[in-house]
Design a binder for this molecule. Structure first.
Ligand code: KG4
Ligand code: ZN
Length: 378
């Protein structure tokens, strides 16, 4: 991290007086997103614009995200989406204090598009660049809607991740648990597919489950009795797929959807409750804060059980506004602004990273939780 004195003066001078205004870019999966966020010197956050262009229609025929299609589509959309965000914010590039782009983890072809675009803006406008970890974006996303002070316990539940983290501050995360196989969103998506629902399956399954009887089908309860905070959804996925094969009526499908949603919510609650106990032991006498983030945080059954768990364990509960649960660039802009406020930026040769654990030490120490084919994508 080596900035020119000019950049540092400019950034720190503005930060002390008026805060930081940052353009955020997100292209790590199937959303091309750009946003402009202003963070006051006191930490107050204002989203000036947040544009998300979804590629769902392009991937839907394939039942999931096709990396090559995603990357091409990001290339086609990124300049228009960024221009739209600047337009909606009513700002010129000269009024920005920095550019933040997701640099991983994610589909690397897409990540490279947003990161290269961010580097070009930074170079052309002499702005500092922040190469943001997508997961750090999710971690700060609740701060887009409410003032949440550090430290807090975070449940990050999305399509690619399912982790419990102690978040002590910017770049200071300790992982308490992760998934041994699928992420919760991935389980929603795969089970939804076996129920014949369109991609992305999570929201479709939630809709189908309305009015369903969650007790009609017995589904396995994973990791009961384990003293750690890890998750596992593969047994549930297999059991649900087997039941789905034999269903004939709409009422049966609805009941299975309700049972699956309840089973995922129950496991998230059980593992989170365990993490809350551990966290509370380490933070005795402090205000206990719990934050849930990621696409699955948009699910109301999941939110409800987590809110209940927080209350039972003496934690405050914060979830991002719905628009910032799933992938967006406002969270990337904010993560960038928080780093810039601490004087942290990245060089223009910052790499795009397909894998990038938030807590690198925990990921390296536990080989059964490795990234990729060998385990969860954390
Ligand atoms: O955070 P996100 O947009 O992308 C990743 O970083 O993975 O999360 C997307 C995931 C998908 O698996 C999607 O099915 C799930 O979040 N999701 C939901 C809901 N909305 C999105 N799952 C259950 N219920 C929902 N309402
Ligand atoms: Zn995400």
């Amino acid at each position: 991290m080596t900035d020119s004195p000019l950049l540092q003066d400019r950034r720190l001078g503005r930060n002390q007086m008026t805060g930081l205004t940052v353009l955020g870019l997100e292209t790590s999966c199937d959303e091309t997103a750009a946003a402009v966020v202003r963070r006051s010197a006191g930490g107050h956050v204002e989203v000036l614009a947040s544009v998300v262009a979804s590629q769902i229609a392009q991937h839907a025929p394939y039942g999931g995200v096709v990396p090559e299609i995603a990357a091409r589509s990001h290339v086609e959309a990124i300049d228009t989406i960024a221009a739209q965000a600047m337009d909606e914010a009513g700002l010129s590039y000269a009024e920005l204090d920095g550019v933040a782009a997701t640099a991983g983890p994610g589909l690397v072809g897409g990540v490279m598009v947003g990161l290269a675009f961010g580097k070009a803006v930074a170079l052309a406008r002499s702005l500092p660049l922040v190469a943001v970890n997508h997961l750090e974006g999710h971690a700060v996303s609740a701060r887009l809607g409410a003032d949440v002070a550090y430290p807090f316990l975070l449940l990050l539940v999305s399509g690619g991740h399912c982790q419990l983290l102690e978040v002590g501050g910017v770049g200071a995360c300790r992982r308490l648990g992760t998934t041994m196989d699928d992420a919760a969103g991935e389980a929603f998506d795969k089970i939804a597919k076996t129920l014949g629902l369109p991609y992305p399956g999570g929201p479709a399954l939630e809709k189908l489950a309305i009015g369903g009887d969650p007790d009609r089908y017995a589904l396995p309860r994973a990791r009961l009795g384990h003293k750690d905070c890890d998750f596992s959804f593969s047994g549930l996925k297999t059991a649900a797929a087997r039941i789905a094969e034999g269903l004939t009526t709409e009422a049966e499908r609805r009941d299975l959807a309700a049972a699956v949603q309840a089973a995922i919510a129950r496991q998230l609650r059980e593992r989170t409750a365990r993490a809350m106990d551990l966290y509370a032991q380490d933070h005795g006498g402090e205000a206990l804060r719990f934050v849930v983030a990621g696409g699955v945080a948009a699910n109301s059954a999941v939110r409800a059980v987590l809110e209940e768990a927080a209350e039972a364990h003496g934690f405050s509960f914060t979830a991002p506004p719905l628009a910032y649960c799933t992938d967006n660039a406002a969270m990337i802009a904010l993560a960038g602004a928080e780093r810039l406020a601490l004087g942290i930026s990245d060089p223009l040769d910052a790499p795009a990273r397909p894998r990038w654990p938030l807590d690198a030490a925990a990921a390296a120490a536990n080989p059964s939780h490795l990234a990729g084919r060998k385990g969860a994508k954390s």
